[in-house]
Design a protein around this ligand. Structure first.
Ligand code: GLU
Length: 493
């Protein structure tokens, strides 16, 4: 039980660098990190790159960048080094070698020369007999001579682990409880591929053992690998770590999370303008929950509260609405200056701002950002939300039926004309003078409510919605407000 964790906790996140960091991987990394930090233990980052075809340094770089962005750091591993390195499996081949030799010498592993066709044939046969397809051990007892013959015929062997028959394999999982497997369901599996590289199941055990990993916290998809790993631990006399297999993440329709349910890569969320603090808060709640109803947690609170005991067995559901809600919460907490910095790249990209015009506009922009801060769910919405302040020309937004209706009111042209004329002449322009100006127009023309305020809003923005009208007018300034209103007036008359 977790309360009894005595030895120094050492956990690892061990991604295969075969693509960007996905939500599931990020959640595993986060749970490991929270567990390590909660127990004052060590977090290790190991790169499992033995699949030469699918692994790349670009993927590794993306994964590291994603982790750093989330604020997940590691005490040992790629980039930071440590006593148990190297931390990339491709650089550890010499480390695996003696263990392979040990297994070969003790007869717990053997060379297998079967071709892909032979294996496929065996598979088909077993399936036809209604049996679980697995390797039946054809090469288990090849003689030295037979091996030499096959070798000289150009066959490259793999090395298989000899799975003992009739053994119960028990995973005492900290999340799932006791899970039993039967060794008879597992065929002799490959530990070294024909290219000489170790398979995941072999390398992961040697590495976890040599790196002194105490708790293996990873996705449920690896539970079925665990019995194979248990066999290797036993064969090599390595002490067992504790296992914790965290449930799958499902989409809202309860099917396995995939691109259909929204972005799956962490960097994609960064690109859309999600904040790392929101992401971390959200990921932590994917399968873990503290006591009580609270949902907002800082990383420090998560570290304090995290325990594997409160990680749920049932699948977690990825709820984008909740992520948006959390992100909106964290956006509201940001000082406007910081949010403005975050908005800038989006505004520049949308062409709403010119880099050269930025200098003297920053404090103005900050006020505009502050005016829409409440409405923002993610930062890539900035161009949409801020267009009303920034666009050169005002178009009447097509599809905005309310705006259309306002423009059709009998009183509207008069309101807009009065506004244009009066605003153009104003020398002072602040919240108070703007409020008075609108009051005057209302009184003079005998209009109020929507017919007044909505008409002015549509006149200066082309839309029936947007930030607080007074703030909008103050920030636009009298000249721009009058110019826009004049434009609209010409369009409707
Ligand atoms: N390299 C494996 C993966 O990316 C790690 C599995 C494990 O944590 O043991 O899925």
């Amino acid at each position: 039980m977790e309360g009894e964790v005595m030895e120094k906790v050492r956990v690892r996140y061990a991604p295969s660098p075969t693509g960007p960091l996905h939500i599931g991987g990020a959640r595993s990394a986060l749970f490991n990190w929270l567990f390590a930090r909660h127990h004052g233990g060590a977090m290790i980052l190991r790169i499992e790159d033995t699949d030469l075809e699918r692994s790349s340094r670009e993927s590794e770089t993306m994964i590291l960048e994603s982790l750093r962005w989330l604020g997940i750091d590691w005490d040992e591993g790629v980039d930071v080094g440590g006593e148990n390195g190297p931390y990339r499996q491709q650089q550890r081949l010499h480390i695996y070698e003696p263990y392979v030799r040990e297994l070969l010498n003790s007869g717990q592993a053997y060379e297998c020369f079967c071709t892909a066709e032979e294996l496929e044939e065996e598979r088909q046969e077993l399936m036809q007999q209604g049996k679980m397809p697995r390797y039946l051990g054809k090469c288990r007892s090849l003689t030295g001579e037979e091996k030499e013959r096959l070798r000289s015929a150009g066959r490259k062997p793999v090395i298989r682990f000899l799975v003992p028959a009739g053994k119960k394999l028990i995973v005492d999982d900290l999340v799932r409880g006791r899970v039993e497997f039967d060794s008879d369901d597992i065929g002799d599996f490959i530990i070294i591929k024909s290219d000489g590289l170790p398979t995941y199941n072999f390398a992961v055990v040697v590495d976890d053992a040599l790196m002194g990993i105490t708790h293996v916290i990873r996705g449920e998809e690896h539970l079925s690998n665990t019995p194979r790993q248990l066999l290797i631990y036993e064969a090599l006399n390595f002490p067992l770590p504790q296992f914790a297999h965290v449930s799958l993440i499902l989409g809202e329709d309860r099917s396995k999370m995939s691109k259909r349910h929204g972005a799956t890569s962490v960097l994609e969320y960064r690109k859309q303008g999600y904040l790392p603090e929101a992401m971390v808060n959200f990921l932590a709640l994917l399968g873990w929950s503290p006591e009580g109803e609270r949902e907002i947690f800082s990383p420090e609170e998560l570290i304090r509260l995290f325990s594997l005991e409160r990680v749920s067995k049932s699948p977690a559901v990825f709820d984008l609405g909740k992520l948006n809600w959390l992100n909106a919460h964290y956006i509201k907490q940001l000082p406007p200056a910081r949010l403005t910095e975050l908005c800038l790249p989006y505004l520049l990209e949308a062409g709403l701002l010119k880099p050269e015009a930025l200098g003297d506009k920053m404090s103005w922009l900050e006020q505009a950002v502050a005016a829409v801060q409440e409405k923002m769910e993610y930062v890539s919405q900035a161009p949409d939300l801020l267009a009303v302040f920034l666009e050169e020309k005002t178009e009447i937004e097509s599809g905005d039926k309310t705006a259309q209706k306002i423009l059709e009111l009998e009183t509207t042209p008069g309101v807009i004309a009065a506004f244009t004329e009066k605003a153009g002449k104003m020398t002072e322009w602040d919240s108070e003078t703007v409020r008075r100006l609108l009051g005057e127009i209302g009184k003079e023309l005998g209009v109020k409510g929507k017919a007044l305020f909505m008409a002015v809003r549509v006149a200066v923005s082309g839309r029936s919605y947007g930030p607080d009208l007074n703030t909008l007018l103050v920030l636009l300034g009298p000249a721009a407000a009058a110019r826009r209103a004049q434009d609209i007036l010409e369009k409707i008359s």
